[in-house]
Design a protein around this ligand. Sequence first.
Ligand SMILES: Cc1ncc(COP(=O)(O)O)c(C=O)c1O
Length: 486
Amino acid sequence: MPELEPEPPDRLGVRSLPGARPNVPPPAPSDHPPTSDAHRLFLREPSRTPIRIVRGEGAELIDEQGRRYLDAAAGAAVACLGHGRRDVAKVLARQAERLAFAHPSKFTTREAEQLAEKLVDRAPAGLDRVLFTSGGSEATETAIKLARQVQLARGQGSRTKVITRRTSYHGATLGALAISGQAGRRQPFAPMLLTQPMIAPTSCYRCPFGKEPDSCDVPCASDLETAVLDVGPENVAAFIAEPIVGSSAPGRHPPERYWPRIREICDRYGVLFIADEVMSGNGRSGRWWAMQHTNIAPDLLTTAKGLSAGYSPLGAVLAREEHYRALRDLPGAFRHGHTFAGNPLSCAVGDHVIDVIEREGLLPRVAELGERLKARLQETIGDHPHIGTIRGRGLLMGVEFVADRATRAPFPAEADVRTLFAHACLDQGVYVYQGGGNVDGRRGDHALLAPPFVLTDAQVERLAAGMAAALDRIAPELARAAEAAA
Ligand SMILES: Cc1ncc(COP(=O)(O)O)c(C=O)c1O
């Protein structure tokens, strides 16, 4: 009988665990070099040590030392109902016991159907069908592919382009990044990205056309027509835009007359309009959808983030009945899908989130809190020499930093004012979502504020005071960076 081959060394280092296989020596140090961290996570930004959060309560996050941070961005417009809710935990536990997963290729669930019904009931007119995803980038990918297949079903096979706006952000996956106008995020992957046409952003604070918001004829909307004609209408599948911008230029939104003009151009040239409400949706603007502040409806609407309030990953694309019917009769129907899309656990949470928002009257509260927060920020930091503008709608707001208020010149990107400010805020026990690139995809520092809808009036005060104190603390660095910009 041949001798048994000795087992090969275990690359995962299981043998080094106490009691795992006592006779086998631990792996050679070269196999498992010591890390400078206390863990094995592949951090997104290894140069910065993240804070280990152990618990959440309402609008606060709590770290290992018991230090509390006001979560003024709800992560990134996610935790809309606040943290640590027993009611949501109960929904999750009940659903996990009953059914956590059934593959969407062959099965549907009552939870997915019920949430779809509730979303359609509250959606802009004509959006009657729901495809679930597990997040925002997946929703963007799904919407792009859906637009393409709808155009194919219409016999418009040459329509492959998706027009987007400069300085926008629609997701991290390669398809979503290709239609995101943030130069900084695109740079390492640029040779891998499909080229898509980009039009002007809706930046009233720094209008690329040199117009005033109260009197302009929205040339930023007409820019879409220019792009469609440049590319050729027969080549354009869709146009994507955020009704209220999130991470790439928080709180930015155009004058009311922008959207009817966009709708008109899309209709004239057979282009599908995708409203990206990944951040602005689910009540964050004070209405269910930011598009409901306008009188037009998109053809497709994407969402995620607050849809499940951060308790379980969930996203969705809302589509028109006619698109569903057009695709339904095609061989293979809609050729797209993600494994966890519409899992009953996430859908049960999403359903509960809608109930809570309505039962607790959170939509009017968001509108009221948004006004209150904006007013308090104006009072406390609005006149600061390096605050350019404070803008937004409901609880989707942004504070933009400038080197010079008179010229609106941004700080040099290398000064990294966004990080400087966000860290100074953390020292004050306030978490804001830092970002940049609102000017040209790279320059332009800002902080996104998108707190939970359960923020208290006292927390509004704490947030404004914390930001003011953070600005005071970094005053010397801001002065130096402004000098370098001059
Ligand atoms: C407007 C918008 N679209 C899409 C995305 C991508 O969502 P996710 O990070 O869930 O993939 C984001 C994320 O910040 C977003 O703000």
